[in-house]
Design a protein around this ligand. Structure first.
Ligand SMILES: Nc1nc2c(ncn2[C@@H]2O[C@H](COP(=O)(O)OP(=O)(O)OP(=O)(O)O)[C@@H](O)[C@H]2O)c(=O)[nH]1
Ligand SMILES: [Mg+2]
Length: 585
């Protein structure tokens, strides 16, 4: 059987070649989409504190001590390991500023506070994927888990780290369940096997626990590893490499990264599918126009005219409905924010009364981060829902929607940008670094691209407030401080939310107008075709018919090829987002 990557690659190339003559605009957009889809896969390393996440990352990269490991101090920031010629690091501060990092240890362990740290390194594994080290989740403060989950949503795959000291705990299982709602591919690592000779029993226990609590992963492979042995091997005991068992895990991750590439190629094809179907339909209509007798032609013309009139009315209705939906969603989201801030206020106010003001700014900061992550997620879901609904309502889901919204600049370089990519074939999120670059890189695409930024900016504003104002030890003054800080943060976040909805409404209405306009032009062209055919003699009509038939067949061939490749992609890879729409066709 031919390799799936080759099948997909060939289908994408053939489709592009065909579209270059049949519809140059669509071809240009798809070519952009393919380029932008060369975005690298990212594996997010998650697990409870002290399970050995940072040590494992160092072992995988072959660089002891790269991600700071300390028995006493916890990883406190998100560390994003990306490829680069040399080792370098930079941090994003709570107020959004970007600074070079000289002492990674200080930053990573929270002595200096950063939202995110990007570390470039020439380690070979990073050529295939980037790795994100996260602060331990689960068991901890629930706010921490929310923030970790927000990072997880952006992942191509998860590397779930547990250690061999004990079977999976309840918080670990809960976190896994929440994390994998969004991410399909999970690789499990069982660390510290050098220290726990009974690790095989633990691995068996874990499999049973998964069978009971997360059956989807009952058969998932566990990779037993020892970062300690890997480090010794690098020192001067190379014979320990095998015993460290790091290599199989490295290979598995590279394989997974390769699969990400296939999935993305499939997404390009899925976007192209809408264009191919449209071209086939148009050619078919021209065949009919050249075939019909005089009576049939008059009928067809009347039908087309009525369709054009209906489209115009629908366009106005869709714009209205869009405005209503957006308004409703805005009110709901701001209401949700108010409730969440109220909860924090209540919780922390009680904490001041019972245990004083120690650590208050950190508490507020962590909770605001959690809220920002939560609200960002809501915003994304809402945007997708509205976009989908508008498309289905206006019967545009069958029309290739294409509009690049390049007017909105990427915000907050902190990597929390998301693109919502809508195409006739489905809806997907393009997230993280890729999206930040993608907004500029994707001049257009085989679908609608909605730039969407997380609300990191409002969050930064919240953080900034914290740094500007000093909290007092006096409890009454601390209560006032808490109220003021939360009020300011709420105002900043409310602004952000409103801005996002304004952006969304603008993007969607421009895209709607554009799509309907294009559809109307196509209908006009078809009416002109009917008129031209009517004016010709029988021989002329036959020629027209033959030409149209040839075009239709060419489109049909490409469509078949795309569908076959997509079918195979489905059989061999975990089901990507929104597959059922295609099956229904
Ligand atoms: N014996 C042994 N100890 C390990 C191994 N991997 C990590 N450790 C130890 O486990 C402790 C925690 O390791 P980290 O890598 O910091 O764990 P982490 O999950 O990143 O911890 P947090 O960032 O605090 O959540 C450290 O003391 C490590 O030395 C291993 O393979 N074998
Ligand atoms: Mg760590």
């Amino acid at each position: 059987m031919q390799d799936l990557t080759v099948v997909l690659d060939t289908a994408v190339r053939d489709t592009l070649a065909y579209l270059r003559t049949a519809d140059p605009d669509a071809a240009a957009d798809l070519a952009e989409l393919r380029r932008a889809h060369l975005v690298r896969p990212s594996v997010v390393v998650v697990g409870e504190t002290k399970r050995g996440k940072s040590s494992l990352i160092n072992a995988l990269l072959g660089v002891p001590g790269l991600s700071p490991v300390d028995a006493a101090v916890t990883t406190a920031a998100y560390l994003d390991f990306v490829p680069g010629d040399t080792f370098a690091a930079r941090a994003w501060l709570p107020d959004g500023a970007e600074v070079p990092v000289d002492d990674l240890n200080e930053w990573a362990t929270g002595k200096r506070r950063a939202r995110r740290i990007e570390v470039t390194h020439p380690a070979p594994l990073l050529r295939y994927l980037s790795l994100l080290d996260t602060p331990g989740a689960g068991g901890l403060d629930p706010a921490h888990a929310t923030i970790a989950l927000a990072a997880v949503r952006r992942a191509t795959a998860l590397l779930f780290v547990a250690d061999a000291s004990a079977p999976l705990s309840k918080p670990e299982l809960d976190f896994l369940a929440a994390a994998t709602e969004r991410v399909d591919a999970v690789v499990f690592a069982l660390t510290k096997i050098d220290a726990y000779p009974q690790w095989r029993t633990i691995a068996a226990d874990n499999r049973e626990l998964l069978q009971a609590h997360a059956p989807r992963f009952a058969a998932a492979p566990w990779f037993p590893v020892s970062a300690r042995l890997a480090e010794l091997a690098l020192d001067d005991l190379p014979e320990l490499v095998e015993e460290s068992r790091i290599t199989p895990l490295q290979h598995a991750l590279v394989e997974l990264a390769g699969r990400g590439h296939q999935l993305r190629l499939a997404n390009v094809l899925r976007a192209a599918r809408g264009d191919l179907a449209r071209l086939q339909d148009n050619a078919e209509a021209r065949v009919r126009a050249a075939t019909a007798d005089a009576g049939g032609q008059a009928e067809a013309r009347a039908e087309r005219g009525a369709l054009a009139a209906r489209k115009r009315t629908e366009s106005r209705q869709a714009t209205l409905r869009l405005a209503t939906e957006i308004q409703r969603a805005r009110v709901a989201t701001v209401g949700h924010l108010r409730t969440r801030i109220g909860e924090i206020q209540h919780e922390l106010s009680e904490k001041i009364d019972t245990s004083g003001t120690g650590g208050l700014p950190d508490d507020v900061d962590t909770r605001l981060q959690a809220i920002a992550a939560d609200v960002s997620e809501r915003l994304e879901d809402t945007s997708r829902r509205i976009a989908e609904q508008i498309l289905v309502d206006t019967d545009l889901s069958t029309v290739s929607l294409r509009h690049a919204v390049t007017t909105v600049p990427p915000r907050g370089a902190a990597g929390d940008n998301v693109l919502i990519a809508l195409s006739a074939g489905g809806i997907a999120l393009v997230a993280g670094r890729g999206a930040a670059l993608g907004i500029a890189a994707l001049g257009g695409a085989g679908g609608l691209l909605l730039p969407f930024a997380g609300i990191g900016l409002g969050l930064a504003a919240g953080g900034y407030v914290l740094y500007r104002r000093k909290v007092h030890n006096d409890r009454r003054q601390a209560q006032t401080w808490l109220r003021d800080v939360l009020a300011e943060a709420r105002a900043a976040l409310t602004d952000e939310i409103s801005q996002r909805f304004t952006d969304l409404q603008y993007s969607l209405s421009v895209a709607l107008d554009d799509t309907i306009e294009r559809r109307l032009r196509e209908i006009d062209a078809q009416i002109a075709e009917i008129d031209a055919a009517a004016a010709e003699d029988a021989a002329g009509r036959a020629r027209r018919r033959a030409a149209a038939q040839q075009e239709r067949d060419a489109a049909a061939t490409r469509l078949r090829q795309a569908d076959e490749a997509l079918l195979r992609a489905r059989a061999l890879t975990p089901a990507p987002i929104d597959d059922d729409r295609e099956t229904r066709r």
